[in-house]
Design a protein around this ligand. Structure first.
Ligand code: URP
Ligand code: ZN
Ligand code: ZN
Length: 458
């Protein structure tokens, strides 16, 4: 059965037009004005609404064994939350740790998502060590359609790689034509600063930021860029949080390093005073890189507006209050992470577009199109064009609501953005032509999502 979306304002990067979209056999078949619905087609009246390409979250954690516990979501809960918030594709970090076999880890992550996700998904493959079998294993994983790597310069002895391992990963990535994403913080400095602070009995969540200051992130960003420069590989800094790191990234871009930049929702809207709140309230806002001084928020918005920050993801990584309490005696034991997959689009639209910080074009680009282009999904995903997948968000700019843990679908007992007002939300969300969400409710098919096979395009 076909689907006709009628009379909406169709918004893609570089174009806005009022018109109709007809989806057949999962893909967009026609775009125009006054299209007729074939017999039996479902019709959505989009008058007064905008129609966006399905949004893409390029950085999420769903299955994640980390810091003595597991992130709370399943692929079912995370994908439903994603869809309700307008995200129709997510890219999950596949994160076996240093002691795990990479290929076994990859199969494990795939099995966790298979048949469970209600929206489409892909993986970034983490390289957490580089040993004899790594090259063959990664080559096999890329052939399987996972054409991006992830390295952590942080998290010493767990996910973290040393400089030699980074070099070998980037050399292989260059040869295979894949992009490498990187968490950029100096692991050794973080470890030393943590011990120093704990020795001074500075144990609360407010000490998390001083243990990983901006300069530590800037060093990681600059070092990653230098390794890209000397290997010729393509790279992508994940969750860049502050001006110092941005300056390191921009200096690299300016000298021709093949570097793209992602920032994530919390760093635009929250600042380090949230993590300074007493007890578990502070712990809820512990993530890495940490929440920064407020002045960085304007820097990040401006960098998105000017295209220096390419994409906006979430780094969705929910731990509930009981899990956060693992760190009650030492901030170094607080599971790092915060949910965001459900709220990203509405908060960026409200506090970015409506607040005049970014325009609609950059909003669609940063929250959908650029990620599709960088990660080998374009034009199947990330745009509205004949032949693209029928992943569409009919967006109601008149909706008014409030973000709250009470109404969220993410499997977590708090929301780090609690109480923030939203001005707009999806009124219908489709995945390959099937309506999965209507007005904040999941009405679709569980497990509809497919793993997306991606070409190595770099
Ligand atoms: O605090 C964070 N970011 N948790 C998830 C792991 C990571 O570093 O992305
Ligand atoms: Zn990270
Ligand atoms: Zn992450």
């Amino acid at each position: 059965m076909g689907l006709l979306i009628k009379g909406g304002e169709i918004v893609t990067v570089g174009s806005r037009m009022r018109g109709d979209i007809y989806v057949e056999d999962e893909t967009i078949a026609r775009i125009g004005r006054g299209l007729d619905a074939p017999p039996g087609a479902e019709v959505i009246d989009a008058a007064g609404k905008m129609v966006f390409p399905g949004f893409i979250d390029p950085h999420v954690h769903i299955y994640l064994p980390f810091m003595a516990t597991f992130a709370k979501d399943t692929h079912e809960s995370a994908s439903i939350a994603a869809l309700i918030g307008g995200t129709t594709t997510y890219i999950e970090m596949c994160c076996p740790n240093r002691n795990d076999d990479a290929l076994a880890g990859y199969e494990l992550w795939k099995s966790k998502a298979d048949g469970k996700s209600a929206c489409d998904y892909a993986f970034h493959m983490s390289v957490t060590k580089f040993v004899r079998e790594t090259e063959d294993q990664l080559t096999q994983i890329v052939k399987d359609g996972t054409s991006s790597f992830k390295i952590f310069l942080a998290y010493k002895n767990f996910f973290g790689v040393d400089d030699a391992e980074m070099y070998h990963t980037l050399t292989l990535a260059k040869r295979l034509g894949v992009i490498t994403t990187a968490h950029c913080e100096n692991a050794e400095l973080v470890a030393q600063l943590q011990q120093h602070l704990l020795a001074e009995r500075k144990t609360g969540p407010e000490w998390h930021e001083p243990s990983r200051p901006e300069s530590v992130e800037a060093e990681g960003t600059g070092r990653f860029a230098t390794f890209l420069e000397n290997t010729g590989a393509a790279g992508y800094v994940v969750h860049l949080s502050c001006e110092k790191a941005l300056n390191a990234a921009m200096a690299a871009k300016a000298r021709g390093v093949r570097l793209s930049v992602e920032s994530v929702l919390p760093h635009f809207l929250l600042d380090k005073t949230y993590a300074e709140r007493p007890g578990v309230e502070g712990m809820k806002h512990v993530m890495s890189p940490p929440l920064r001084e407020k002045k960085n928020q304007a820097v990040l918005w401006n960098a998105v507006a000017r295209g220096f920050v390419d994409t906006i993801g979430t780094d969705h990584c929910p731990f509930d209050t009981e899990q956060k309490m693992l760190g009650k005696d030492a901030f170094t034991n607080i599971p790092n992470g915060i949910p965001g997959i459900e709220d990203r689009v509405n908060l960026l639209y409200t506090l970015g577009v409506k607040a005049g910080k970014i325009d609609l074009d950059r909003f669609v680009d940063a929250a959908s199109t650029r990620a599709a282009q960088l990660f080998g999904l374009y034009p199947r995903k990330g745009t509205i064009a004949v032949g693209s997948d029928g992943d569409l968000v009919v967006y109601d700019p008149e909706y008014r609501g409030t973000v709250s843990a009470k109404s969220q679908h993410v499997n977590c007992d708090y929301n780090g953005f609690e109480g923030m007002k939203i001005e707009g939300r999806p009124s219908a969300v489709t995945v390959r032509g099937k309506v999965q969400v209507r007005d904040g409710k999941f009405v679709g098919e569980h497990g509809r999502g497919r793993m997306l096979k991606r070409e190595a395009i770099h």
